[in-house]
Design a protein around this ligand. Structure first.
Ligand code: SF4
Ligand code: SF4
Length: 438
């Protein structure tokens, strides 16, 4: 007889599964249901499959395929009127899949390669030089136009397309002192992809926080927060990253830990769940999680001190799923942007639909990721905005690749880069990075 899908180590909780009343209100907001219209690729369908697993059905490859196809965007959590905690269900399910399901050699090798590079800033840093050299040859554009790599190795093609132009490296000092009246001391997460591929975002974050009266402590020895591992069911690895990060910031005595990457912030706010079984870290994790703030939250919590200069630009704001759906942070970035004189803010159609980035989803599921990216790029370009603003490096890379693929042109920036430009009185045309498919 085949083994049941789940073992006793944190299976998806039966009481959470039974919270789903099958009403279907979540269906229109689910990106995979929007793409394929398949019940088993909807939140309701996936919860039904979890229920089957709890009843003792085996973990089939078909079942895993439906779980794998979920972006973990949590749009269903926002939409659900019954308060179904789908995020807890899918995280528990993913951990079971990673421990108990044999993925086959190709998928295993791809995941091993991703997880031996992405959560390690030093390894990512080593890639900057070769990537810059490769992009300078112009081979990247040629390869994309030929479509050859996409046919032979779609995951590698997705990675190649997503790689952003290499920016000048800026190291955030370990301590950036507050300007003027000091209002507090905050720790700053540097991130992995953010640190190495969007260093300008970290530099802007530190400048804005300092301008608003915060001493910023950014320990250079800090590692990965474990978000990618958490969201992909690699429980033990995520726990180990979380313990290290807690220790690093505990030693600094900061009041808040500020994050500028949506995926990282949402994972760090859930450290108390991740380390609940660890007697040495359960309390510490709870305390740490309560101090985590997205940068837009802290900037709204403390009324602004620094003068905002006019920035005459039309902006489309894209809600990163792990900020809007997972953390409920929607109003704060908009409030910060609306505070800037002469800035015109536009909303994007289908804003609740994920852009298809979802951590490493666009590499593991390149076709679905690309379709969602193209849909988002179309909606972004339809706003007529000249600057797209969002709060997650993954979204920046994903939407950039799709806009480029559609031959569109726009500038891309993080919310704090826009604030930074306004506080410093810079020209609107210089904000962010230019994306052009021409
Ligand atoms: S997390 Fe996103 S992709 Fe997954 S079921 Fe919910 S809405 Fe659909
Ligand atoms: S997850 Fe919520 S919205 Fe979706 S079917 Fe179940 S109860 Fe309804």
């Amino acid at each position: 007889m085949s083994e049941p899908a789940f073992d006793h180590h944190h299976p998806p909780a039966a009481e959470l599964v039974s919270d789903c009343v099958h009403c279907g209100f979540c269906l229109p907001t689910c990106p995979t249901y929007a793409l394929w219209g398949e019940e088993m690729d909807s939140p309701r369908g996936r919860i039904y499959l979890m229920g089957l697993g709890l009843e003792g059905e085996p973990m089939t490859s078909e079942m895993v395929q439906h779980f794998d196809a979920c972006l973990g965007c949590m749009a269903c959590v926002t939409a659900c009127p019954s308060g179904v905690q789908y995020h807890k269900l899918i995280e528990a399910t993913r951990a079971q899949v990673e421990r108990r399901f044999d993925r086959g050699p190709r998928d295993r090798a791809l995941r091993r390669a991703i997880f031996s590079v992405f959560p390690y800033p030093k390894r990512l840093h080593a890639l900057r030089g070769p990537l810059r050299a490769y992009q300078a040859t112009g081979l990247n554009r040629l390869l994309r136009r030929s479509g050859l790599l996409r046919k032979v190795f779609p995951a590698l093609a997705a990675l190649e397309t997503l790689a952003p132009p290499i920016e000048r490296y800026v190291r955030v000092p370990e301590r950036v002192p507050a300007k003027g009246r000091k209002r507090g001391t905050v720790g700053m997460l540097l991130g992995c992809v953010q640190r190495e591929f969007f260093p300008g975002v970290n530099a802007a974050t530190a400048r804005v926080l300092a301008a608003e009266g915060f001493d910023v402590i950014a320990p250079s020895r800090q590692g990965c927060c474990g978000a990618l591992s958490t969201h992909n069911g690699r429980e033990a690895e995520a726990q180990s990253f979380a313990r290290e990060l807690i220790d690093t910031f505990e030693a600094t005595g900061v009041e808040w830990v500020v994050v500028n990457a949506a995926g990282c912030g949402s994972a760090m706010k859930e450290y108390s769940d991740l380390l609940a079984d660890d007697p040495a870290y359960a309390r510490k994790a709870q305390d740490f999680a309560s101090r985590v703030r997205d940068v837009s939250e802290i900037l709204v919590e403390y009324p602004s001190m620094a003068i905002r200069h006019p920035l005459p630009v039309t902006i489309a704001y894209h809600d990163a799923c792990h900020l809007a759906h997972a953390q409920g942070v929607r109003a704060q970035p908009r409030a910060l942007l609306r505070d800037i004189p002469e800035l015109n803010l536009r909303e994007i159609a289908e804003s609740e639909l994920c852009c298809g980035s979802a951590g490493i989803y666009n590499i593991l599921q390149p076709e679905a990721g690309r379709e969602l990216g193209d849909r988002k790029a179309h909606n972004v370009l339809a706003t007529g905005a000249s600057l797209l603003v969002t709060a997650n490096p993954g979204c920046l890379m994903q939407v950039a690749a799709s806009i480029e693929g559609q031959g569109g042109e726009i500038r891309l920036a993080h919310t704090v880069e826009v604030l930074d430009a306004s506080i410093r009185g810079l020209a609107a045309e210089g904000v962010g990075r230019v994306i052009s498919g021409n």
